[in-house]
Design a binder for this molecule. Structure first.
Ligand code: NAD
Ligand code: ZN
Length: 254
């Protein structure tokens, strides 16, 4: 509790906070992470299905095992208190930008306006033959893999393992990471490069690094200054209450 108060103090005295988020922030919205406990990924190795090589070799298999499951959960997911808390921090002028590794679109749904989608997004699909785009909600899965009128196969606009990070996302992330004074690292194991490098870059540039995670990570203890251990939604709730108390901005952030 004292540590949360201390972190709330850092946040209220900063005006350039950046958040880096990973799959863990969406767990309380019902979207399972790849690593760790829960859901379909205990039965399958996602790395085997989430690579571009796997998709090109057998798109039907990747659609059946990974993408149709992801579409089901993402279609019905709603932002949880962790997403909403970050939206409140933006609204009161503390948080500037979110760099997310997630593809679920929940930060935008919660109200954040500057979200860098480091691994692309799952909100749109594109025909691999003619580039026709369709939003994911309208994509019919009565045939696997789903195909366009031209006969081409649809793929999500997210980055598979083995593909390049969208260059604009990469350079903007590096820029905001180098210029923030606090980086909140929420629900990421910091194992997937190059996203995992962003807290290192922020640290090198003099920022404080605060993790929120249910477990320690490779950053804990040397890159991060503090870790708030617990579920992101629950921790964020307490943190926002403390920020409200300190900044006495209650009406603006309800
Ligand atoms: P990851 O490396 O970000 O690991 C998940 C982390 O979240 C772990 O450190 C875990 O301890 C932590 N965590 C779990 N539940 C939590 C909670 N309730 N509160 C706070 N922290 C919690 O992610 P990954 O699952 O290894 O995914 C690899 C890649 O695939 C990443 O790019 C990830 O963003 C992407 N992915 C995205 C989604 C999504 O869009 N929601 C879902 C699965 C995977
Ligand atoms: Zn097409």
């Amino acid at each position: 509790m004292d540590l949360i108060k201390k972190v709330a103090g850092y946040l209220t005295s900063s005006r350039d906070v950046v958040a880096l988020t990973g799959a863990g922030i969406s767990v309380e919205s019902g979207i399972p992470p790849f690593r760790g406990k829960g859901g379909v990924w205990e039965r399958f190795d996602p790395m085997e299905y989430a690579s571009i090589q796997a998709f090109e070799k057998d798109p039907a298999k990747v659609w059946r095992v990974l993408l149709s499951e992801l579409k089901k959960v993402v279609d019905r997911a709603e932002p949880n208190n962790a997403h909403k808390g970050l939206a409140k921090l933006e609204k009161i002028g503390i948080l500037k930008t979110i760099i997310t590794q997630n593809v679920d679109g929940l930060h935008q749904k919660a109200g954040n306006t500057d979200v860098i989608e480091f691994h692309g997004n799952f909100a749109w699909h594109r025909c691999m033959n003619c580039d026709h785009r369709t939003d994911t909600q309208s994509l019919m899965l009565d045939q696997i893999p789903p195909t366009c009128d031209c006969g081409g196969i649809f793929r999500p606009e997210c980055v598979f393992f083995g593909e390049m990070i969208p260059p604009e996302a990469m350079w903007r992330s590096r820029h905001v990471a180098s210029n923030c004074d606090i980086m909140l690292v929420v629900g990421t194991s910091a194992n997937v490069e190059p996203a995992a490098y962003m807290p290192v870059l922020a640290k090198k540039s003099g920022a404080k690094i605060i993790e929120i995670n249910t477990e320690t990570t490779p950053l804990t203890g040397h890159i991060s200054d503090h870790i708030l251990l617990g579920r992101a939604g629950e921790i964020m709730d307490i943190l926002i209450t403390e920020v409200k108390n300190l900044s006495q901005l209650e009406p603006a952030i309800d």
